[in-house]
Structures are given as structure tokens and as C-alpha cells.
Write a protein that binds this ligand. Structure first.
Ligand SMILES: Nc1ncnc2c1ncn2[C@@H]1O[C@H](COP(=O)(O)OP(=O)(O)OP(=O)(O)O)[C@@H](O)[C@H]1O
Length: 459
């Protein structure tokens, strides 16, 4: 089998001051500021490196991957490949997607050959190289199978073979294991890592977008953590030495815990989260956070927040976030919005990697249904700008009703179309639970149910 020379150290890909705003194809109303998805992104990918890009949902990981690949233009700043500014899709780079993206009517071999067809490689050479890639990635014997005959793990192997057959200098992976079951993912991860470390694949650097902290710590030499709204690089951490990449190793646990802390404390100054012995465990660039220009509602159901608070209460009102994630079998991406919501509502605080209930949070966790609702209503009105705004606007209207467009158009000033809807849906969900207002779905109309009582809360 071929053994490829990586020539470590050289900067292959680099972004300078990249900023991204989706301009919505000019559909945005005049005077409205489109949301900034990425800001001030300076990132280098060097030969010999496996870089993981972690960040909460919506922080712009996939957008950054597409900009780096040349599939999307940055609004400001530039992408350099070996020092040369890029203006089109980078031909030296392949991407493996979460959803496999295979053609169901083509066999494994034909799917893998596709990349080489585009490069106009002659048929015999095409077949020889494709068979070799299929062999390397462990699919020998399945050349003539169709995707529907394969398991998820095998389909993703075809995805890898198709990406690698063109011998790309850079391999990008966008959540490559998240559609696979745990064991299949672990197996594929291990095999991919050994191919990479033994230089059995031609790639000189790998960039992986993931929401899975364990994947990042197990695989990466450098971990870049993005923050959201706008997406900025919060910190770059050096990965662990290979011998420490083991769930039983103390430094592994520390590293996972640190990343958990960083991701669950989106507003914190990173330097306050670093452990004393940080220099031994990690090093990297520390970037101070920027103040959030507007409050972003995390998309969680109130029942999930209630469940989280009750669990923390049962543990003595303080619990390690990493442990909470494990207990609830939640990825950080799913836990994070719940922690955000509990914090926003004044029920809990994330401190030093722990979630600690406030006095109100303790009362909420102990309350019966009626008191729980009452407390929630008070906290929601006090802390959630959007709910307060809706109630105030409804209270001012003679009929105490308003159409959803009124609030959607305001949300569009800060969020994309999809995110505006998601923000409104969350506000509706919370507002209904708190019995602040009703919302008629068919007509898209808000109504203040008990105008006097509710309006008094915001006066
Ligand atoms: N084509 C588009 N047009 C407008 N807005 C977009 C577009 N693609 C993404 N966005 C917005 O940009 C923001 C970042 O999206 P992106 O998919 O890059 O984030 P992510 O970190 O990869 O999220 P996830 O982990 O949920 O996939 C989101 O608010 C999203 O709604």
C-alpha cells in the first residue's frame, strides 16, 4: 500500500479577517441589518495537522467549512491556499458529508469513480485507482453493491473512498460520524485515524466540523472552538498527545471537561475558565468574548429545562456539566440550549464547569405545577426581552391582538428567515406556557389573555 509524505508544517490554507453575512439574494427589506454569521475569522490549517472545528449549533461551522473550501464567498476578508488568494472551489480538496451524498443508482465502484471522471482520468486508470481506494477504506468485495444494500457505516466508507480517490491535499469532513450508530462511528473513526497517522492516505491536512467533543479530543491535533452570534473563534486548543487520547486518561477527562466549560459558558472570558495547570494540558490563542448585541432565545421546550433543574436539585443544587450531559445522555449541543435557557430565566448559573441553581431555581425545582407556572411567568417577564416586548405591544393595542408579521419583521433585523421563525416559535412556546398570551396558529395572531393581570407585570 502507498505511503504518502505529508511534509508537515507548511500552511496550506489560511483565512484572513473573514466575515460572512448572508445577503438573502437582495430580498432583505431596506434599512434592515442582515445577521453577521462569521466575524474576524483568522484560521490556519497546516500540513500534518488534524484540526477539529467545534461550536454550538448555528455558530457558523458549516459556513466556515464552505468558505474554506471555496464553495462560498466571504463577505469580507480572504482565503489563501499556499499563500494564493482563492476565488473558486479549491480543486485540491475533498469533502465528506454527514449524509453520505451517494448516488443510489450507481454501484460503489461507480460512485467512487465519479470524482475521477470529473478530472477526466482515463477509464482504466480510473478503475484501478477507485479499486485501490475501496480497498484502503475496507470495502473490498462490495465494488458492485448499490448503496441501498450497504449499512450506514459502509455507505460512509464509500463517501470516504470517493473523497480520497482524487488524492486531495486537504480532506474536509462535515459531521462525518453523526449519522452513524455509536459503535460504527467509533470503528470508522479509529480506522480513519490509523490510515492518517500511517500516511496511508494522500491527504496532507484534515479539517473536521463536529458537535461531538469526544470526537474532537480523540482525533484532533488542534481544536478550534467557535462562539455564536456572531460566529467568532473563542479559543484554539492544542490537541492531546496520542498516548493520552483515551477516555480513561486523566488529561483526556480534563480536556473534555474544559471544552464543556467553554461551550456551556458562551459569555465567559476564556481565560477565567482555564485550569491552573492549563499550560500542561492545553495551549492556544485566547480571544476575549464580545458582548452580545441582542438576546437570542435557545430553542428548548420548558419541560426540558424543568427536567434539568430537577436533576441538578436532586444532586444538591450543583452538578458538573459534563456529568449532567452523561446522565441525560445528551451531546453538548443538546445540553447547551437547556443550560442557556436555565441561565436566561435566572434559574441557574454555569460556573467553573458546574451548573448551580439560584435560589429561584431551587424553588422552581421544588414547586408544584401551579407555583412552577407562576415562577416561570415572573422570571420570563423579568428576563426575556422578546416576551416582555410582545406583552407590552399587545397591552398597547385596543383589541389586545397583533399579527405575527409584526414581530417577525422585527426579528428579521437580527436573524435569518429560518432563525426568525425559530425565535418566534420559542417565544410562543414559552409565552403560552407562562400563560402570558395565546397564539392562534391558523391565523398567526397573538392575543393577550388576561390583559389587566399580564399588563401589570410589565408596567
Ligand atoms: N444559505 C443561507 N442563507 C441564510 N442564512 C444561512 C444560510 N446558511 C446558513 N445560514 C445561517 O447562518 C448561521 C450559521 O449556520 P451554519 O449552518 O454555518 O452553522 P453551524 O454551526 O454549522 O450549525 P449546525 O451545527 O446547526 O449545523 C445560522 O444562523 C443559519 O441559519
Amino acid at each position: 500500500m502507498a505511503n504518502f509524505n505529508i511534509h508537515a508544517g507548511e500552511t496550506l490554507l489560511e483565512t484572513c479577517n473573514v466575515k460572512k453575512i448572508y445577503d438573502m439574494d437582495g430580498k432583505r427589506p431596506r434599512g434592515v441589518n442582515p445577521p453577521v454569521v462569521l466575524e474576524d475569522i483568522d484560521l490556519k490549517i497546516n500540513a500534518g495537522e488534524f484540526v477539529a472545528l467545534l461550536g454550538p449549533s448555528g455558530s457558523g461551522k458549516s459556513t466556515l467549512l464552505r468558505i474554506l473550501a471555496g464553495l462560498l464567498r466571504p463577505t469580507e476578508g480572504q482565503v489563501l491556499f499556499k499563500g494564493v488568494p482563492q476565488h473558486r472551489p479549491n480543486p485540491h480538496l475533498s469533502i465528506v458529508f454527514q449524509t453520505f451524498a451517494l448516488f443510489p443508482w450507481l454501484t460503489v465502484l461507480q460512485n467512487v469513480e465519479l470524482g475521477l471522471e470529473a478530472q477526466e482520468v482515463p477509464p482504466t486508470q480510473r478503475m484501478r485507482r477507485s479499486l485501490a481506494a475501496i480497498d484502503t477504506i475496507g470495502l473490498d468485495g462490495f465494488e458492485d453493491a448499490y448503496p441501498k444494500e450497504l449499512s450506514g457505516g459502509m455507505r460512509q466508507r464509500v463517501g470516504f473512498a470517493r473523497a480520497l480517490v482524487v488524492e486531495p491535499e486537504l480532506l474536509f469532513m462535515d459531521e462525518p460520524f453523526s449519522a452513524l450508530d455509536v459503535l460504527t462511528a467509533a470503528n470508522l473513526r479509529k480506522e480513519l485515524l490509523s490510515l492518517w497517522h500511517e500516511h496511508k492516505i494522500p491527504t496532507r491536512a484534515i479539517l473536521m466540523v463536529t458537535h461531538n467533543i469526544d470526537d474532537a479530543v480523540l482525533m484532533a491535533d488542534r481544536i478550534v472552538v467557535l462562539g455564536a452570534n456572531p460566529g467568532i473563534i473563542r479559543v484554539e486548543l492544542s490537541g492531546l498527545p496520542m498516548e493520552q487520547r483515551d477516555a480513561n486518561n486523566a488529561n483526556y477527562t480534563k480536556m473534555v471537561d474544559l471544552i464543556y466549560r467553554i461551550m456551556t459558558s458562551p459569555q465567559a472570558d476564556i481565560s477565567t475558565l482555564m485550569p491552573q495547570e492549563k499550560k500542561e494540558v492545553t495551549s492556544g490563542k485566547l480571544i476575549p468574548p464580545k458582548p452580545q448585541p441582542y438576546q437570542v432565545l435557545p430553542h428548548v421546550a420548558i419541560s426540558d429545562v424543568t427536567g434539568l433543574l430537577e436533576l441538578v436539585h436532586s444532586k444538591g443544587d450543583r452538578e458538573d456539566l459534563y456529568q449532567l450531559g452523561r446522565d441525560l445522555q445528551l451531546e453538548v449541543d443538546d445540553l447547551l440550549p437547556m443550560v442557556d435557557a436555565a441561565h436566561m430565566l435566572g434559574f441557574a448559573e454555569a460556573q467553573e464547569g458546574d451548573l448551580i441553581l439560584t435560589e429561584t431555581g431551587k424553588r422552581f425545582a421544588e414547586a408544584g405545577v401551579l407555583e412552577e407556572k407562576d415562577l416561570f411567568r415572573q422570571q420570563a417577564i423579568k428576563n426575556v426581552t422578546m416576551l416582555r416586548h410582545i406583552v407590552r405591544a399587545l397591552a398597547r393595542e385596543p383589541g389586545h391582538t397583533l399579527p405575527e408579521e409584526r414581530f417577525l419583521s422585527e426579528l428579521h433585523e437580527h436573524f435569518s428567515d429560518d432563525e426568525s421563525w425559530s425565535q418566534l416559535e420559542t417565544a410562543i412556546n414559552w409565552g403560552r406556557y407562562a400563560e402570558l398570551f395565546s397564539y392562534q396558529e391558523e391565523r398567526g395572531v397573538f392575543r393577550l389573555e388576561e390583559p389587566e393581570t399580564v399588563a401589570a407585570l410589565v408596567s
